[in-house]
Design a protein. Structure first.
Length: 454
């Protein structure tokens, strides 16, 4: 597609990307003014029954899904033989561009991103859906270091063991069973996540080839590659995770995304703990466990300690599954200096985009982020009470959408009531008029009868 398409109710702004079957455009919803992303199926592909079915299934999947790391469906349009999928516009860059700008992932960012990736794909599996095209290009990194997983275009409703008539996917990320047209399952996505992990920590692909068939041959027959042969900077403990996730036989891989995540965290936890800096003797002693508050210091009138986490009982409660039960403490000491202490959280605490360990000093300019939430932390010390904070993106947007829907419904009901009132008023007027006419006719007849008798 060389020219921007004309789509009812939308103004296309620019081409975002173009693939073999479709193109994605940035556009403006002329009714709301909101920015959207529109996926347009090429006209020649719309005549392909297989692609047409998959495009419709993609729309159905998005309609039924609700996860903070999946974009929302806005509209589905069929116009003059063309099909358009209108999606929430995601601000950010794809993971390939993120890696180009920042280099391969270190241990901290590996944990940060892959806990979200595995949670999202695990959610799809619980809904009976396979993604089947997991790769960095389909993972958007948002401005706050969250993610959105895109493109369910070749996903399949799982009756576990389904096969696809056509080989669909990105050759370097396809599982052996995909290349052979064999039965697919959750294990297929597990393999693709393993390849994605390999790619994102080394910056390279595990299998190469000059042709698609050469790549397929390597995927099916070549030994699982060794991380050390591709990069000296990668934690060698990840090799066990790679080996398990990229087994040739699907039954030999991790049984679920949860099992994959647990193995990943276990493989990296020892290294992360070894690299954690020692707590200086001058700072507050680290609590014995993440649930325990430092009560003796909190009793000091000149010191404030605020605990943040997802469970009720914290001073600040954040209903976000990526936030630990008792995630961190915000500290203001006797001298008025501020500190943030991570309470050994699984998904980490990030200050200005960098994961911290133990306790670090912060000031009003520093940005603290946990899970999907950026903390307005300095304000907590001004109003020290139990607070509930919604995650930045999805909770806020969901609330706004709910309010818009409620307002629209109220406006529709008010308009409906107004019409009913108008109709009722008109009916009463007509009835009164008919009664007046009837009364006049009767009076004239009576008058004539009286005059006739005389």
């Amino acid at each position: 597609m060389n020219t921007l398409p004309s789509i009812p109710y939308y103004k296309t702004i620019r081409l975002i990307q173009e693939g073999g079957t479709s193109a994605v455009y940035e556009a403006i919803d002329l009714r709301s003014g909101n920015k959207v992303a529109i996926k347009a199926l090429f006209s020649n592909k719309a005549k392909d029954a297989f692609m047409l079915k998959r495009f419709r299934e993609e729309a159905n999947h998005y309609l039924l899904l609700s996860h903070p790391n999946l974009p929302k469906l806005v509209d589905f349009i069929i116009d003059d033989g063309q099909m358009y999928l209108v999606m929430e516009y995601v601000e950010g860059i794809d993971m390939n561009k993120y890696l180009q700008a920042n280099g391969p992932l270190d241990e901290d960012m590996t944990v940060h991103f892959f806990t979200m990736i595995l949670d999202t794909i695990g959610y799809l599996h619980k809904q009976g859906i396979l993604h089947l095209d997991i790769k960095p290009a389909n993972i958007m990194v948002t401005d706050n270091l969250g993610i959105k997983i895109l493109d369910l275009g070749i996903s399949a409703k799982v009756s576990e063991g389904e096969t696809l008539k056509k080989k669909c996917g990105s050759p370097s990320f396809m599982a052996p069973e995909q290349t052979q047209g064999e039965k697919l399952g959750c294990y297929t996505d597990i393999y693709q996540i393993g390849v994605t992990l390999f790619n994102m920590v080394t910056g390279q692909l595990p299998y190469g080839g000059n042709t698609q068939q050469e790549i397929f041959d390597s995927v099916c027959n070549a030994p699982i590659p060794q991380l050390k042969d591709f990069s000296d900077a990668v934690n060698p403990s990840l090799q066990t995770v790679i080996d398990k996730s990229m087994q040739k036989n699907g039954a030999d891989r991790y049984a679920s995304c949860k099992e994959f995540e647990e193995a990943l965290l276990e493989s990296l936890s020892a290294t992360i703990e070894e690299e954690q800096p020692a707590t200086p003797s001058a700072v507050i002693e680290k609590p014995k466990n993440k649930e325990q508050k430092v009560k003796e210091k909190a009793n000091d009138n000149d010191m404030k300690i605020i605990t943040v986490g997802r469970e009720t009982g914290n001073d600040v409660v954040i209903p976000d599954s990526f936030v630990g039960r008792h995630h961190l403490q915000l500290i203001k000491d006797e001298a008025g200096a501020y500190f943030v202490r991570d309470l050994d959280s699984t998904n980490g605490t990030f200050v200005n985009g960098k994961r911290i360990y133990g306790e670090v000093a912060v000031d009003e300019q520093d940005v603290i982020r946990i899970g999907n939430t950026t903390l307005p932390w300095i304000s907590y010390f001004a109003v020290y009470n139990k607070t509930e904070v919604a995650p930045d993106d999805e909770e806020t947007k969901s609330e706004k959408r709910r309010k818009r829907r409620k307002k629209t419904q109220e406006e529709k009901q008010a308009s409906k009531d107004k019409r009913k009132k108008a109709v009722a008023g008109a009916g009463k007027w007509i009835l009164r008029t008919l009664l007046a006419i009837g009364t006049s006719v009767i009076m004239m007849l009576v008058f004539r009868m009286i005059m006739g008798r005389r």
